[in-house]
Design a protein around this ligand. Structure first.
Ligand code: ATP
Ligand code: MG
Length: 443
């Protein structure tokens, strides 16, 4: 992409309405624009990051054997009356009437609709286990929308649902989600710690929230600092292997880590004093096992091997896809701007031409651009007729992990400059060597 043809409405000043750094930087970098309280347009740069996050979620769900599908945002109230949640959900639910006066709603989550799909098609234990998920817009009329996309009213969420014959199978689904989520967040450059939590209006006993530690997080968390030493890394996972998934679940959830809703002072006191931490976190996902709550209320039963009709065991599993854009920035920025992890960056590499219009510099930039593109990467070439300082400030603000700087002086010596956004380190390399280095980062 050439910056001269892009839509990147960066702001020089800090927007007064933004209280936290991710909100400020998303507005300043021209990623989003608010259209109403808690409702945002995603501008081209923001949308790219949102889509990158979505892609990682899809890839990791596919590995776990979960099937992507898509349900409507507008749903009939009838199903929600069946489960009893039409009344329970309260003012967070956006209720709508259609022209015939029928009660409709904008989906805040989709347990009812997926259960209806399941009961309409699955009648035998032989068709299970089954896990389906979607990545779809949700609406919750939050009392206090704030912090930009972190607590929106409209937000983008992955919600997955498992249907299993037994509790044991459903717990395997739970563990599978826990494992796949660990990998998902790590690929985004995040450490998200599973913490024992409270299930709220979804219902059920077994639930973990995934929290990214950050001062601006809305949840108070209590944990054994040893949990922050755990990394998922490059493990080979067989998602059908119950024992393997169970043991990873135990590895990541045995040490004390809880949100304030389930915090237990007596248990916490057993953690060695120097490892006891109280901090704040951003909830970027949550997994639930809730048994037969919805299947019983809505008559989702199957025939088991003995020919008996039994209600299915279910769970649901969410990832805050749009909230993650903010959470990643909270975890990765400096006073100049965003620092994108390579896994989600909107462009792989920036190219800054120090002297636009200089035949040699222009040609060298074009060549870098062509070669990076040919290698399957997406560079962002600042080809505007602007001061170098302004170009650097924009690149730092939008946070691309790598920047190639090209100017007549370097070219005389046969070099360009390659700069790492995170460390600030620069080195002079031949154009070929610089490109090879950038490409290698993304292989
Ligand atoms: P919270 O406690 O933050 O209100 P929740 O527990 O009600 O969230 P879930 O039903 O678990 O939310 O939804 C799954 C994920 O969707 C959450 O972990 C969070 O990352 C994201 N999410 C929930 N509400 C919002 C919101 N208002 N804006 C952006 N993301 C949200
Ligand atoms: Mg939650």
């Amino acid at each position: 992409m050439r910056l001269s043809r892009y839509f990147l409405p960066v702001l020089k000043e800090n927007p007064a309405e933004a209280q936290i750094v991710s909100h400020r930087l998303m507005l300043r970098a021209g990623m989003i624009k608010q259209s109403a309280a808690g409702i945002y347009s995603w501008l081209p740069l923001g949308l790219k990051v949102l889509k990158n996050i979505e892609t990682i979620v899809h890839e990791e769900q596919a590995k776990a054997g979960h099937l992507a599908m898509l349900m409507p945002t507008i749903q009939s109230a009838d199903l929600w009356r069946e489960s009893g949640r039409y009344d329970d959900y309260g003012e967070e639910m956006l209720r709508i009437k259609d022209r015939h006066g029928r009660d409709m709603l904008f989906t805040p989550t989709a347990e009812e609709l997926i259960t209806d799909i399941f009961r309409g098609h699955v009648t035998s234990y032989k068709d299970m286990p089954l896990t389906m998920y979607q990545i779809q817009w949700k609406f919750r009329d939050e009392r206090r929308p704030r912090f930009g996309v972190m607590r929106g009213r409209e937000f983008y969420m992955k919600d997955g649902y498992n249907f299993d014959l037994t509790k044991e199978d459903a717990m395997h689904a739970y563990n599978r989600h826990l494992v796949s989520y660990l990998r998902t967040y790590e690929r985004m450059g995040l450490q998200a710690i599973p913490m024992r939590a409270d299930s709220g209006p979804i219902g059920g006993d077994d639930t973990h929230e995934f929290l990214v530690l950050a001062e601006t997080g809305e949840s108070e968390v209590f944990y054994d600092s040893a949990v922050t030493d755990l990394t998922f890394g490059d493990r080979d996972i067989n998602y059908d292997d119950k024992a393997q998934c169970q043991s990873i679940m135990e590895e990541f959830t045995t040490k004390y880590a809880r949100t304030d809703e389930t915090h237990d002072e007596a248990l916490f006191a057993e953690v060695p004093q120097e490892r006891r931490k109280v901090a704040r976190g951003i909830e970027v996902g949550q997994i639930f096992y809730f048994g037969t709550k919805y299947s019983e209320a809505m008559g989702a039963t199957v025939q088991d091997a003995d020919g008996k009709q039994v209600p299915v065991h279910m769970g649901s599993h969410g990832i805050g896809v749009s909230r993650l854009v903010g959470a990643i920035i909270e975890a990765s920025h400096d006073d100049k701007g965003i620092i994108w992890p390579e896994g989600v960056t909107p462009f792989h590499c920036g190219i800054v031409n120090l002297k636009q219009g200089d035949a040699e510099a222009d040609a060298a930039c074009e060549d870098l651009y062509r070669q990076l593109t040919k290698a399957g990467l997406e560079p962002l070439y600042d080809d505007r007729n602007e001061r170098a300082g302004g170009k650097f400030a924009t690149m730092d603000l939008i946070g691309l992990p790598w920047r190639l700087t090209v100017g007549p002086r370097g070219l005389k010596n046969g070099v360009v400059e390659l700069t790492c956004r995170k460390t600030g380190d620069s080195e002079e390399l031949t154009p070929e060597a610089a490109i090879a280095k950038v490409i290698a980062r993304y292989m």
